[in-house]
Design a protein. Structure first.
Lengths: 437, 841
């Protein structure tokens, strides 16, 4: 599969985070090129490239840019760098290894849409990424790529770096905006508050993922045609996946979007190199902790949005977590649910109370105090958070965090019900040795 | 709600007669087409259509947040039915709403089960049990039993979050009502969510309690028993309470419900009245039932007597007696006064606390029966009655209209008229009203004011003139343009300071009155003072905002006679009494020693008056010092009648409990005295008086007893003489920059009966101090808490300094009626302003 790496092209160069290396390897050339054309031309190029948003929802970026109501100013660009989905670490790599590429992407987006203010929101725990981006921003300001009258033109952009305080929910765009405004990170209900219409400080706001923006310099440099030449019908270009779990070679891999399969990326020698110790694959999560699980029969599905959606899961944030044959599925499920229970912001009743209840039932089962009725109880609590437990999920909550906790439970109970039953029935007969308490 | 239902019925009948479509947005609710008001929130629209959607977090007076998820219903806007929180949706054309489908029931059942898993089942000891939305909705929509077998969430319970409110975090369902109220309505964002997920809790910041004047409202709107009020905690079960709708006797006329059990008032709740208080109350008012129930209430008449309890005119003690003895002594004195020095030797002070009916009975008793016009309900701290009666008025809702223009020319509403402050704050913060503030110091509204102009006492008229004529230079240009360019301007007018002369405020009002666009809202704060002015409890006027001369003929016909000439106001009456010209002085709930700006004059008056009769629920300072007879009056909650608020809105005020001992309503005392003087006024009931007011006062013609009872928002009365120009303003006295100009303002918790007689809030009253800005303090070289000497031409006092940067430079502010610093002796009421020196001691 011959394709050109787009966003990870400088990953082999350990000096790429410095502006000199970046410029020497073609950096900021796209910005110069864009400044010679009109903003509309850049916008059209991005639209033609049909870059799908890389944050999880997969909405075309160029189209999203067009949603701002006409005539309402100022508008803001907010970069969602609060990457906290378990198993996902592609944005962190992009920010650490090639921060200027992200900054150039921000500048191109601002130029295309006519924005002068950009906020880079980076997850609180990513200290190294923050340092690299801060240093890169200082370099870029000094070199005149960011700030007033960029490269001598009348195009000016200010980029503000904001560090998160460590909440998963702030990866949700409306919660991120609340957090950026200085409020408690809790999602806003939408509609009527789509950020493109009413966002940061009540103004139209475009929220884009780090990887999405990192694609822009390449697209402007090589053109939309070269970009769409790569990838499948509905998933153009390349995409970065983070593979983790029980594999020989976990890491971040850029692949051609839509043509590579799960088997390629999990088993390929260029990639994750297969399940560790030659064991068999039991299950894998295709798109971050929120996604329903996939199994062996899904390995030949392409890494392509439509195909994965139709199979009942999602590519989400590009995190593939592999579980081998020895994995205790009840514990794996508990691990994920505990994460969501702890990260629930506390706003909507079903998520706040429901995720914790699910976590406690699972804890109880694992501790050997399960009851036969617990499996139906788990399902029914899930129903109260996500009616019908269908995919894509319906939700009784504002944001998808609550239903996210439902995915691992639904997947694991459906496929590995016997493991749950073992925990429950065997423990029922277990005799606690005298004096153990 | 009744209004809206009526509307629907009329709409439907209109539809049958003529096929024109009813106005509004057609939506289908459970299969029935209903026309909702455009822009209406779906949850309210459903209720308008007669379909109640259960809810916890939604409150019609606050921004919806969609947190509790209880109001999830199925809404189809063309893309198929979807579970949607109805509080977050505005009605749109063709919306199809289902509130009783299986999916909805399952969602509601699920939310309730989830809310209950961590909710303690301590309903039997919970104040909310019996009136708890969580209980009620669980009964209606919830599951029968819990499937939760784990340990419930635990917090320390309960913790005090302020002096009056306790928080039980275990009971809390995190609906965001109290926190939204604190931030959005009261503007005191001192309680917040903390922690996350299942461990989210409401709490204050460490060492920063929820010390809001409005904290009690959070207890009322809490949908569970998480917030409880100290004065009500464990006092009663809701099913043991009986209640009556009434009006709180403050100048706003806040609508409330009085609840009692076993003849004891236990709670006041705010009633959501669109026109007035929107359901909110200040803590001072909400918890003031403790004063009504105080052990110190007077239960029998008192007269001077000896230490053995025997009545004796020369005695030093006040001893209990009977009504018969006290009334007889009084009647003899009144007859003697009439025979010796004529009716002018009788005077009445006070009466602002009375109901409209009490005020009318006393006005008629004084003016028609005795024949004296020296009667004044204001204690030298208000505005001249003729000015208040003739100013063109606006209403609260007009003043607070969207995008309106408001001029604040009064004391701080946050301190003096709490519920007006909340309405004004809402108008400015949420409804885009423009506030122009003309006050000596910063107020609770300063941070929201578009133009906050610091006006030194004495200069308010010239600043007003500069604003109206646009001659104020660059500094006032924007404020001036905001006033002169507005289609209508509402001026909230009252006294900003007791240390300057009322004529200064009158001059400013006169200046604004020259603009056709200006209407006024008089912000006199003394309970039913507006009723007192409207019903003639003021010299030179008769009921119906009319002057003695203008209505002489009509009232001579109605009452038999009216005084020949105008009487004197409070200052004049006290001066006369001090000069020995007053034979009988009534103190109708008045306490001039504590309240009148000149305490020396008040003392001399009590010494010089012949017979002093105090009619009051308590033995107040003046009564203890100088009353010969003290008659126990029934207090609020113990009398029927009506109340007039600052707009002229008359609302019913209802009796809930019986007065203690032999205490009587004020109107009965007037009626009894008239009868004993042989001039029976013919009052047998409160309704008799209400109806007589409607009969004799043209402006009250539509406010008879039946009309007041029937109207949900009361009867708005208006009228009065046309505004007359008051002439050129008095020039401002020169300011000497070596001295401070004194401002005597008011605070929410002062040393008044309403505060001191309530154990729960008495301690909130801070000790008196002189407040100056930090700049002035450093110039003087004094620190916070230092003792200084404050001197005027007249006297000097010593007291502590409090550094307060809301006080403008060049101004020394002292709050009226606080223990520790009585500044009144420094004020010369005949001067326009009071300048003081501050020296370190």
């Amino acid at each position: 599969m011959p394709f050109e790496k787009v966003v990870t092209r400088r990953f082999d160069n350990l000096e790429a985070h410095k502006i000199d290396t970046y410029v020497a390897t073609g950096g900021y050339a796209s910005l110069r090129k864009a400044l010679d054309t009109t903003p509309e031309a850049v916008h059209n190029e991005v639209k033609a490239a049909s870059v799908l948003g890389r944050g999880g929802a997969g909405f075309p970026a160029g189209v999203k840019w067009g949603f701002c109501p006409p005539g309402v100013w100022p508008r803001y660009l907010v970069v969602n760098g609060d990457e906290s989905e378990p198993g996902t670490y592609k944005d962190r790599q992009l920010l650490e290894r090639d921060p200027h590429q992200v900054i150039e992407g921000c500048l191109l987006a601002c130029y295309a849409v006519g924005l002068t203010q950009c906020f880079l929101y980076i997850r609180g725990e990513m200290a190294h990424a923050q340092e690299r981006v801060a240093a890169a921003l200082n370099e870029a300001y000094e070199a005149g790529y960011v700030g007033k009258n960029i490269l001598g033109t009348d195009f000016s952009v200010d980029i503000v770096l904001h560090w998160g305080a460590g909440a998963y929910i702030v990866g949700e765009e409306t919660a991120l905006i609340e957090s950026l405004e200085g409020n408690r990170g809790m999602p806003r209900l939408k509609p009527p508050f789509f950020p493109a219409a009413v966002g940061l400080y009540g103004q139209p706001t475009i929220v884009n993922n780090v990887e999405t923006l990192a694609n822009l310099p390449w697209i402007v440099e090589h053109g939309a045609e070269a970009y769409t030449a790569m990838g499948a019908e509905n998933s153009k270009g390349t995409r970065v996946f983070a593979v983790s779990g029980h594999v020989n070679n976990p890491g971040v891999f850029e692949v051609e979007f839509g043509t590579t399969t799960f088997r390629d990326i999990i088993e390929g020698s260029d990639y994750a190199g297969g399940v560790r110790d030659g064991k068999k694959l039991k299950a894998f999560i295709p798109g971050g902790a929120s996604a329903p699980w996939f199994f062996e029969e899904h390995l030949d599905l392409p890494l392509e949005k439509t195909a994965v959606d139709q199979a009942g899961s999602m590519l989400g944030s590009g995190a593939i977590v592999v579980m081998d044959q020895d994995t205790d599925m009840v514990k794996a499920c508990h691990n994920l649910v505990r994460f969501f229970a702890r990260e629930s912001c506390g706003k909507c009743t079903p998520c706040r109370e429901g995720t914790t209840w699910l976590e406690r039932i699972l804890s109880r089962i694992i501790a050997g105090h399960g009851r036969p009725s617990d499996l139906s109880l788990l399902t029914e609590v899930c129903e109260n958070i996500s009616p019908g437990i269908a995919w894509p999920p319906k939700q009784t909550t504002i944001c998808p965090l609550g239903p996210s906790a439902v995915s691992p439970i639904a997947s694991s109970i459906e496929r590995f019900r016997n493991e749950f039953e073992d925990y429950i029935t065997l423990s029922d007969r277990r005799v606690i040795p005298v004096g153990a308490a | 709600m009744t209004d809206t239902t009526d509307e629907i019925e009329t709409d439907e009948s209109a539809e049958i007669e003529e096929p024109a479509p009813p106005p509004g947005v057609p939506i289908t609710v459970n299969g029935e087409v209903f026309c909702a008001a455009p822009g209406r929130n779906l949850i309210d629209a459903c209720e308008d259509a007669g379909v109640y959607v259960p809810r916890f977090c939604y409150h019609p007076r606050m921004t919806p947040v969609g947190m509790c998820r209880m109001c999830l219903i199925e809404v189809d806007t063309g893309r198929g039915p979807a579970l949607t929180p109805s509080c977050m949706l505005t009605v749109s054309d063709g919306m199809v709403v289902e509130t009783e489908t299986e999916a909805v029931k399952k969602a509601q059942d699920g939310v309730l089960e989830l809310l209950l898993i961590n909710h303690p089942l301590d309903c039997p000891v919970c104040d909310k049990g019996g009136e708890c939305p969580l209980q009620d909705q669980t009964m209606s929509y919830g599951p029968g039993e819990s499937r939760f077998v784990e340990e419930k969430r635990h917090f320390e319970k309960p913790i005090p979050i302020s002096d009056t409110v306790y928080l039980d975090r275990e009971r809390c369902i995190l609906c965001d009502r109290c926190t939204r109220f604190a931030a959005e309505v009261a503007g005191d964002p001192l309680i917040h969510f903390m922690g996350r997920g299942n461990q989210t809790e409401v709490n204050t910041f460490p060492d920063d309690p929820f010390s809001s004047y409005f904290s009690g409202n959070t207890v009322q709107i809490c949908p569970v028993g998480a917030l409880t009020a100290k004065p009500y905690r464990f006092k009663a079960r809701p099913w043991d309470l009986s209640e009556v709708a009434s009006t709180y006797p403050n100048a706003m006329g806040d609508r409330i419900t009085i609840q009692s059990s076993r003849n004891e008032v236990l709670r006041y709740l705010g009633v959501d009245s669109d026109a007035v208080n929107w359901g909110w109350l200040t803590d001072r008012d909400r918890f003031s039932f403790e004063a009504t129930m105080s052990e110190q209430r007077l239960t029998a008449p008192l007269m001077r007597g000896d230490g053995l309890g025997n009545v004796d005119d020369g005695g030093d003690e006040l001893v209990a007696t009977t009504w018969a003895v006290a009334l007889q002594r009084l009647v003899t004195a009144l007859e003697d006064a009439d025979n010796n020095a004529g009716p002018e030797s009788v005077a009445v002070l006070g009466g602002a606390q009375l109901t409209n009916e009490g005020q009318y009975a006393w006005a008629r008793f004084a003016k028609g029966v005795i024949g004296t016009d020296s009667i004044d309900a204001q204690m030298g701290d208000g505005l001249p009655a003729d000015i208040v009666a003739s100013m063109p008025r606006t209403t609260i809702s007009q003043a607070c209209a969207k995008g309106g223009t408001i001029v604040l020319l009064s004391g701080d509403p946050k301190e003096e008229l709490g519920s007006l402050y909340l309405r004004l704050r809402h108008a400015v913060v949420h409804d885009g009203a423009t506030l122009i503030e003309l006050t000596p110091n910063e107020t609770g509204l300063t941070k929201h004011a578009a133009h906050s102009v610091r006006v030194r006492p004495g200069e308010v008229a010239s600043v007003a003139a500069a604003l109206v004529t646009g001659t104020g230079g660059d500094e006032l240009a924007a404020a001036s343009a905001a006033i002169t360019g507005a289609d209508s301007v509402s001026v909230i007018c009252g006294r900003t300071s007791l240390a300057d002369n009322a004529s200064l405020t009158v001059d400013a009002i006169n200046t604004f009155a020259s603009l056709d666009t200006v209407r006024f809202l008089p912000a006199l704060r003394r309970s039913n003072v507006h009723g007192a002015i409207d019903l003639g409890l003021t010299p030179g006027m008769l009921p119906g905002r009319t002057s003695l001369d203008a209505a002489r003929a009509a009232f001579t016909a109605a009452w038999g006679s009216v005084p020949a000439k105008a009487g004197r106001d409070t200052a004049g009456i006290l001066a006369d009494a001090a000069a020995g010209k007053i034979a009988v002085l009534f103190l109708l709930g008045a306490d001039p020693l504590a309240d009148f700006p000149d305490p020396e004059l008040a003392k001399a008056a009590l010494d010089g008056a012949g017979l002093v009769i105090s009619i009051d629920p308590f033995v107040n300072e003046s009564a203890a010092y100088g009353a010969d007879i003290v008659m126990p009056a029934a207090a609020f909650g113990e009398v029927d009648g009506s109340h007039t608020n600052l707009e002229g809105r008359i609302t019913p005020l209802r009796q809930k409990v019986t007065p203690p001992g032999t205490a009587r309503p004020d109107w009965m005392i007037a009626a009894e005295l008239a009868m004993r003087l042989g001039k029976d006024m013919g009052f047998a009931s409160v309704a008799d008086i209400t109806n007589e007011i409607a009969a004799v006062s043209p402006m009250h013609a539509n406010a008879d007893a039946a009309a007041i009872d029937a109207a949900s928002d009361g009867v708005l009365v208006s009228g009065g003489p046309a505004w007359t120009d008051q002439g050129a303003p008095t020039p401002a006295p020169a300011y000497d920059r070596y001295s401070f100009r004194l401002v005597v303002d008011r605070t929410m918790y002062d040393g008044g009966t309403q505060t001191t007689m309530c154990p729960s809030i008495a301690e909130l009253s801070k000790p008196g101090a002189v407040r100056i800005s930090s700049t002035e303090a450093s110039k003087l070289g004094v620190r916070d808490g230092a003792i200084v000497r404050i001197s005027s031409q007249r006297a000097s006092v010593e007291g502590p300094v409090v550094i307060d940067d809301r006080v403008a430079s060049g101004i020394a502010a002292v709050a009226h009626n606080h223990v520790g610093l009585d500044i009144r002796s420094l004020i010369d009421m005949n001067e326009l302003v009071t300048d003081v020196r501050i020296e370190t001691v």
